[in-house]
Design a protein around this ligand. Structure first.
Ligand code: AOF
Ligand code: ZN
Length: 351
């Protein structure tokens, strides 16, 4: 690589990083749309920036171009997702960039939405714009796991969250579980919920914990009211729960709670994508539901919050499954570990 190419590659990564920072501002509010950021650079200086704040509102490029004004002429635009080519709730961003006179467009990754899927790049190139694809792709894609997986496979990205003791217990034999993990760990769970289009729980969890499963954090960087409420799904195969306004359980009083009475979890996940545009799904349930999702290989990411305490052998296990030999164990790759207050947070990928 020549020296100037080298400098350009480093510059591209730097400005893409700024565009990713822009995108992050929409992380909890754009659902079901992806979080996207855009930075416009003229002669090495940022002259415009923007992000997509909410489905139905303008895309990142529109805000960045407006911010740049006449300085967009001859500039380079850094976008964390391929600029769209379709007229949806808003006009195509590729045309917006062309009309603004941008000279070069740097894109982190292509948009797998079948309405776009390379046509954004094609429009830009046909207009004589120099296009570079593939700068900080992994970092940009990490913001939109659900959207990208759903567009590619029609299945959502599934996170399974479990809060345990050091000996892997989630509650006492009586069901008592409030609280094993700290406030810091439970605040972090609010972020997982805020990322999710749907939260899946089990009828057993409703009966024993009567949870709210809503987003009420003050630490998301945006007011909790701006976060679209995740759809709650209750696995209720045995039809234990009747839903009506008088129900003794909070979630059963919510009119939008979905009761899933079939056994087929993969079918439920497909249904959540096709009928409800839920691309990120969080499973917050007990050991049986966790076991079903894991054993059916429906989990993309396991998040374990582990409190430094021992609850003993009579307490409830974190996953209900019964391998007969070591060869039937479930194994994971540790993606990250961090300390939250007194607790540990482990993020793992099933192998
Ligand atoms: C962009 N820039 O900032 C975003 C894009 O319904 P609409 O019109 O908002 O279109 C949503 C689709 O546009 C979404 O599914 C994805 O393919 C793309 N998102 N594209 O050029 C953006 N958020
Ligand atoms: Zn667009």
């Amino acid at each position: 690589m020549s020296n100037s190419n080298h400098t350009q590659a480093a510059q591209d990564r730097y400005f893409m990083m700024l565009a990713i920072e822009q995108a992050k501002q929409g992380l909890y509010t754009t659902r079901p749309n992806p979080a996207v950021g855009c930075v416009i650079v003229q002669a090495g200086m940022v002259v415009g920036q923007g992000f997509h704040p909410k489905a139905g509102q303008p895309h990142a490029e529109v805000f960045a171009l407006k911010d740049a004004g006449a300085q967009a002429v001859g500039a380079t635009a850094y976008v964390t997702l391929e600029p769209c080519s379709h007229t949806g709730r808003t006009p195509p961003c590729a045309l917006g960039l062309i009309e603004a006179g941008v000279q070069r467009v740097v894109i982190a990754g292509l948009d797998p939405n079948p309405q776009v899927a390379g046509r954004g790049v094609q429009l830009l190139e046909q207009a004589g714009i120099d296009v570079t694809v593939g700068v900080l792709t992994e970092q940009a894609e990490a913001l939109n796991r659900g959207f990208l997986k759903a567009m590619r496979t029609q299945m959502p990205y599934v996170r399974l969250k479990i809060a345990t003791s050091l000996d892997g217990r989630t509650a006492m034999a009586t069901g008592e579980s409030k609280w094993i993990t700290s406030v810091a760990a439970r605040e972090d769970v609010q972020k997982l919920r805020a990322l999710s289009g749907a939260i899946i729980t089990g009828s057993e969890t409703i009966v024993t914990d009567d949870p709210q499963l809503n987003v009420r954090s003050t630490q998301l960087g945006v007011p909790a009211e701006q976060v679209p409420t995740p759809k709650v799904v209750v696995l209720d195969r045995r039809q234990r729960l009747a839903h009506n306004a008088q129900s003794e359980y909070q979630l059963c009083r919510r009119a939008d709670t979905l009761y899933w009475r079939k056994d087929d979890l993969a079918e439920l996940l497909r249904h959540l994508v096709s009928e409800h545009q839920c691309y990120d799904v969080l499973v917050e349930a007990g050991a049986s539901v966790a076991g079903s999702f894991l054993c059916q290989q429906l989990v993309d990411e396991l998040i374990v919050y582990q409190a430094p305490c021992l609850l003993g052998a009579a307490a409830q296990p974190m996953v209900n499954f019964h391998p007969l030999s070591l060869s039937e164990q479930l194994r994971f790759k540790v993606s990250s570990h961090e300390q939250l207050g007194p607790d540990l947070k482990l993020t793992l990928y099933p192998l």
